[in-house]
Ligand binder design. Sequence first.
Ligand code: AMP
Length: 399
Amino acid sequence: MPFSNLGLCNPIVQAIKDLGYTAPTPIQKQAIPIIISGKDLIATAQTGTGKTAAFVLPILEIFNKERQLRGKRIRALILTPTRELAVQVAANVAKYSKNLNLSSMAVYGGIDSEPQTQRLIEGVDILVATPGRLLDLAHQRALHFDELEVLVLDEADRMVDMGFANDINKIIERLPEARQNLLFSATMSAAVRAIANDFSDNKMSKPAVEISISPKTTTAPNIDQWLITVDKDTKSALLSHLINEKKWDQALIFIEKKHGAAKLVAQLAKRGIEADSIHGDRSQAMREKILADFKSGKLKYLVATGVAARGIDIGELSRVVNYDLPFKPEEYIHRIGRTGRAGFTGEAISFVAMGDFKNLCAIESRLDHIIKRKEIEGFPVRKVVPVSILNYVRKSNKG
Ligand code: AMP
């Protein structure tokens, strides 16, 4: 099915053709007509499914018909959990709308708000924002929500995980009742459900349609997942060995702690491997530069904490490494979803130490299969990690 059958006008269809998209992804096929019809939408879908275009394209279609924009007003608000995702979504909006007369921008914390305030003076059709900075700007009266038509919550589960539920509620309280609500989330936890229910309580909006693109086992088939059991103290040597021996062209390496990220970069450097890291302590400008270098291929190995790496879209990423296994199965699925995207094959490698056994059980239970194990010569383990029990349910509520 071509994009033009989804009710999108020619300038939009042309812009996405120029990006090399030939056919809509499943979520785009389902979501675009629903959104164009003006209905609210609650979608379970992850990064990598094409969800950004699924909500941006129909908003462009709706907005292109009539254009009235007053100073300091916005017509669509897209809330994202991180600055990186905000920048990335705004970049997509700009690409998709290049043939239209619509304005867009991203606002996020960590940088001076003055240029953002200046740009808002004339009003912006589509604003992509992180919750904290948006509230700051609203308090400063740098923007007003009275003409808002569409609200999008992107990666709603991550916003909740990062503690933004209150901010989201505060923002929603400020919005006009008559608006269209779109919510995208990789998982539907009770907290996300509560936000979605608030939408349905809004009598001014039409009943929400729910769609789900990612069933229980959510990993794409074109990701080759494997794990290596390892002792904690040999992890960095193992990583260096794999990079050198397997001649890895590229790797996004997830690590638990920010000080661990800098240490790992130094350990790799000692073995002649040039890597860099992004984590919460690095400035926004630095993070953006490192990310741009990684995307362009100038930097081949990027070490990132889970929080810093949220929402990053790196196109044809060939490999992710869980240097530290994440605690939550959802986080594992989200991380490995960064590779093997949009038709490319990818590899997801996890380092699993004895202390990770319960996490591994939880992840494999969620995947509903055991991840294949590989042994690497020269790296025998002292502390053996047993094979998981698949129907493992964590006793504490933490996971
Ligand atoms: P997202 O899930 O929005 O993060 O998108 C994942 C990746 O798929 C991005 O790099 C998009 O540019 C790409 N993409 C989105 N829609 C399509 C499509 N219909 N055909 C090919 N690639 C797409």
